[in-house]
Design a protein around this ligand. Sequence first.
Ligand SMILES: [Zn+2]
Length: 157
Amino acid sequence: MDTNTFSDAIELAGAGLKATDTLVTIAGRIKGLFQSSQPGSDEEMKTLLAELTLQVADAKLANAELKIKLTQMLEAHCIEQQSRAQLDNYRMKKTGIGGIAYAPKNLPDDDPEFHFICPNCYEDGKKAFLQVKSRHLFCARCTTEVPYEPHRGISIV
Ligand SMILES: [Zn+2]
C-alpha cells in the first residue's frame, strides 16, 4: 500500500480531530457566555461565532479529504489483494539452464498456454509475462533477463 496515502490519511484524521476538539472548546466558551450574560459580551460572542464557523469549515474540509484518502487506500488494498490472489496461482520453476522464474501451478509445461512470469516483478506483487529473447526470457516491465533453454527440462524448484 502507498505509505504516503496512509500518512496523509492519518494527518487528515488528526486535523479533523483537532478541529473538532477546538469546536468543543469554542462551544463551551459560548455556553459560558450565555450563562454569564455579562454586559459587553456581544463582541466576544461575535468573535467566537466567527471562529466556530471557521472551525466547522476546517473540520468539514479535513473530513472530506480524509474520506477521499480512505477511499484511495481501500481501492489500493483491493488491487493488491487481487494481484496477490493472481500470483498465488504461480510457483517457482527452473527455466532449463540455471534460471528461475514463476510458472502457473496448474498448467503442464507442454500446454500451449504455459508461460513464465518475471521473478523480480513477482516480488513486487506484480504479474509481468516474460518474453522469449534468444536464450533468455525478458521482462518488458523491469528489463530482467532470465537464462532460458526451452528443451532442457523445466523443473519445479
Ligand atoms: Zn519484471
